[in-house]
Design a binder for this molecule. Structure first.
Ligand code: WTA
Length: 652
């Protein structure tokens, strides 16, 4: 965020209180804050008992005797899938629609809770027949189709932690994630649809397995597009055939509250992605709780739609687990907002009478650019609540979202959280909070957050670092296979508290305004990318000597990656002769190493990089160049002429 937008944000004074009608019917009433404040641990124990069914009740709420390794509800036993599916069927809601699926080509499918139970039971039987045992990891690499949710629930049903890899990641990224988690089975599809065309997925799995990933014994493949697919007999299994042959009943495996539920890789400040580990009881409790209160869900009447892909944490918590645990009806959409036309989302809202929409600011800014005449063509009167996640929502986009999409009547919840937090931690509560455009405002009841200064002191007001003072049920339990990195990354900057990596301002009303990452993590269209990860992808190219990547501000996507590359001397002539071709080849190389989302918007070939005397790259100066600004203070550079060289070189 530039300091100018930061300034505007902090001078935002508008307040939008909920209507009396909304407030009166809201799930969350002010006493929720009071109860949580009066006895925080007892509050969480109550939530866990009220919102989740336990096969063996817990007696201990929190064990924090070995921080930062928390145990929540440690002696209880439960099954997540039983809570997300079976209990609703048993309660007589088997005919309620769980998922309205809208495929990009226009095919549709509505699955009731009973049908979901049938599918999930079959898939769980199939996984077990393929040799997956409780505790074994399963990688999931799928498009946004119902099988993605079914696959996650099948894994959870047998206590096999899933590791979802976003379908936009490359074969190489998939291989390294499979290897880190030592997954035994990969669940994938022949392909999916995007912008009117089929794309292939299975070839990336084949390539990943050809390059390594030796732990994988079977590839369970959904037939989605009907594309021609290479087949390895004995290893590859068609999903549809295996499910058809399997039994439709399956006894859930009851696991300990701290049994691993999933691993999800996310970008950090170093080149290697971290496998964020979440466990069963605390995660389910807090995801169910936040979904119920932040989205005010009324399972009998609401239709919820979260536009995130299941490959990200938002898709885990608010597509797969939160809505289903609450017995809600939701929409699942496979494609992009602009295919076959720019009104596709609003057509979906109209068609399914969506009442709660949860999306990212980058999408809202794109719709603003396309113009309000597009949503105006559709009936959006079913909407009653809007949510935002993934990055700061600038007040202008917030106001547009409220007016154009929400018809000036829907409360907006700006929800702050992370892969690591598992569920929403900071957000308005829609029937209580007077919403302020651009602020995520207050920690949810039961969550304790603060803003610290550099020295680790609590700020009463002003800008500093966002921390979480107390453990919370859905907190990450660690980084897969790397307990030291877990301590170092989150618990060492300020001993004893969780450091989120975000800057924040606390105002005089006690509202929190997020100010963006304070580390080398970028936020591109609400997706987290690490500068170091893209740099190491660039340096792995034989023609590259050194690379620096910065996140440059972008009006639509928040940030875009821009790379500065020094070419190895043997290739300097080639670079001078046709720099554009080399830049393009390097962009493509990042696409192969990580995935298309990580491709730098621009690759600038430079002779030098600006460094301090101790050899640290001064990204601040590179960001000035990437954002077309006059270059700032260069006094701390080891060689102050470097920036002149870079800017002159780029001009020529
Ligand atoms: C950013 C996504 C401002 C933040 C759920 C965080 C936000 C990172 C907001 C986590 C918000 C998320 N306002 N910034 N409402 N929500 N962020 O792990 O920088 O993909 O640290 O989780 O997104 O990204 P992640």
């Amino acid at each position: 965020m530039t300091s100018e937008t930061q300034d505007n944000l902090l001078h935002e004074e508008r307040v939008f209180p909920p209507s009396p009608e909304f407030a009166a019917q809201a799930n969350a009433q002010p006493e929720l804050y009071e109860r949580a404040a009066a006895d925080r641990l007892n509050f969480w124990a109550e939530q866990a008992r009220d919102l989740v069914e336990w096969q063996t009740p817990f007696t201990e709420t929190l064990d924090w005797s070995n921080p930062p390794f928390a145990r929540w509800f440690g002696d209880g036993k439960l099954n997540v899938t039983y809570n997300c599916v079976d209990r609703h069927v048993e309660a007589g809601h088997g005919d309620r629609v769980a998922i309205h699926f809208e495929g990009e080509p226009g095919d549709t499918l509505s699955l009731t809770y009973r049908e979901l139970q049938d599918q999930v039971s079959r898939a769980a039987n199939v996984l077990q027949s393929l040799g997956v045992q409780t505790g074994d990891r399963v990688a999931v690499y799928l498009p946004m189709i119902p099988e993605a949710v079914i696959a996650l629930l099948a894994c959870a049903r047998i206590g096999a932690p899933h590791s979802v890899v976003f379908g936009g990641f490359s074969a190489e990224a998939l291989r390294s994630r499979i290897e880190d988690a030592e997954a035994k089975v990969v669940i994938t599809a022949d392909g999916g649809y995007r912008r009117g065309n089929p794309f292939a997925l299975k070839p990336a799995v084949d390539e990943a397995l050809a390059q390594g990933a030796e732990s994988v014994k079977h590839v369970l493949t959904v037939r989605r597009t009907g594309q021609e697919t290479a087949w390895t007999e004995g290893r590859d299994v068609w999903w549809s055939e295996a499910l058809a042959a399997a039994s439709d009943t399956h006894e859930p495996v009851w696991v300990d509250a701290e049994h691993p539920l999933f691993i999800l890789y996310t970008s950090g400040t170093t080149g290697k992605p971290k496998g964020i580990l979440h466990t069963t009881g605390g995660y389910l409790t807090q995801v169910t709780y936040s979904f119920k209160n932040v989205f005010d869900i009324k399972p009998e009447t609401d239709v919820f739609w979260c536009t995130a892909d299941v490959g990200w944490i938002t898709g885990h918590s608010y597509v797969a687990y939160g809505p289903l645990s609450n017995g809600a009806t939701q929409v699942l959409y496979e494609g992009t907002p602009d295919s076959p036309h720019r009104g596709r989302w609003w057509e979906i809202v109209q068609k399914y009478r969506v009442s709660i929409l949860y999306t990212a600011p980058t999408a809202i800014r794109t719709f603003m650019k396309w113009g309000e005449e597009i949503p105006a063509d559709f009936d959006l009167s079913s909407l009653r609540l809007l949510g935002s996640v993934g990055e700061n929502i600038n007040p202008e986009a917030w106001i547009w979202y409220r007016r154009v999409i929400g018809g000036d009547r829907c409360p907006i919840v700006d929800t702050w959280w992370q892969t690591e937090t598992g569920s929403i931690l900071i957000s308005p509560l829609p029937g209580i909070t007077g919403a302020r455009p651009g602020s995520a405002q207050k920690p949810l009841p039961g969550v304790v957050a603060s803003v610290f200064d550099d020295a680790g002191e609590h700020l009463e007001s002003g800008s500093g670092y966002l921390v979480l003072d107390e453990p919370w049920p859905s907190m990450l339990r660690g980084i897969w296979g790397d307990p030291e990195r877990f301590k170092e990354t989150y618990w060492s900057r300020f001993p004893g508290v969780y450091f989120a990596g975000d800057g924040a301002n606390l105002d005089h009303e006690g509202d929190i305004w997020l100010l963006g990452r304070v580390d080398d993590v970028m936020n591109v269209s609400g997706h987290r990318l690490s500068t170091a990860e893209i740099e190491s992808a660039l340096v792995s190219h034989p023609k590259v000597a050194e690379a620096a990547v910065v996140g440059a501000a972008d009006a639509t996507t928040g940030q875009i990656p821009v790379a500065f590359v020094i070419v190895r001397s043997e290739f300097a002539e080639e670079a001078a002769a046709d720099g554009a071709a080399l830049s393009e080849a390097l962009r493509a190389h990042v696409g192969t190493e990580i995935g298309a989302i990580a491709k730098p918007k621009k690759v600038m070939l430079v002779a030098e990089l600006p460094k301090t005397r101790s050899g640290k790259i001064m990204r601040r100066l590179l960001r000035d160049v990437a954002e077309n600004r006059a270059v700032g203070d260069t006094q701390t550079l080891a060689d102050s002429s470097v920036m002149d060289l870079i800017t002159q070189g780029l001009k020529s």
